[in-house]
Design a protein around this ligand. Sequence first.
Ligand code: TRP
Length: 340
Amino acid sequence: MEKVLTGIRPTGKLHLGHFAGALQQWLPLQQTHECFFLMADVQALTTHIGKPALIEESVRDVLLDWLSVGLDPFRANVHLVLQSHVRELFELTELLSMVTPHSWILSNPTIKTELQKLKGLISSGFMHYIVSQAGDIGFVSPDPRVDSSPILVPVGDDQEAHLRDYNRIVARFNELYGPTFVPCKGLYATMGRLVGIEGGEKMSKSAGNSIYLSEPVASLRKKVNSMYTDPKRIHADTPGTVEGNPVFIYLDAFARNLSEVEELKRRYRAGTVRDVEVKDYLFQVLNSFLTPIRERREAAERTNLYNVLMDGTAKAQVLASETIQRVEAAMHLDYKTLRR
Ligand code: TRP
């Protein structure tokens, strides 16, 4: 089976934006690929230092979110992996860092932006995370002399530069030491980012504009009622704009019955439906989307979450140590000649 690897930094509960932009496309890959879903708790430290309880709690929250949307670690080909516990990753990162020109790191767009924003406060771990993420992807690489199929990486398009950096780094490694890693291939969400409930550019925990996958019914109702619609529509009987209207963006992303949505759009444009009615419809849509998620979460809360993570982590360790052996052999760090 071809391999899929992707990750999330556990820095808070997951919301509808994570579903639309990421989880949604992870789910079907479980039917066809060997999947590694990485809980990137060390990468979380690139931005969240001095908050140990927050990371700990977020690992639990994200794991419950994963299980509740239907990631299924009870399938033999699905592995939920705790990054900090695959020690081989750090060895791999260190070795890959030696073939990574510093200028590549400086020209990564995320690094560039954060350097400007955070200036002197940026940690050297943050500067390093491009290489660390290359290690995250590369550890599942098959031996390219046996199997050259690329690693599939389903991510948001904000990760595109990181995937390109992975490919450059391993190409350089292969050039210097012989074929050791296969390239990766990004699988980008068609959906893109989901706006916040106040119409802000994207849903994010820090902006306080999110609807969580674990959202209880009562607060879901409140949040939907408080959503922004068309700011220019003052009266319920004036024609409204559908494009860019958060309520319709969510309907497009989550409604099942497309003809009902089309009918609502038509009436909204004609000024024959009130905002309240559209919001009520959206509430029903989101609530029926979240109902099975809530049910699976309840079941997940009764499982031993630590064991679930450790099972996937153990599988990752096996692959990572095979990869490290291949890397060490390529770099002659296994010292075959000294041994005889
Ligand atoms: N950088 C990713 C994010 O912030 C998370 C991540 C860590 C990741 N390691 C990865 C994604 C490896 C894909 C592959 O969302």
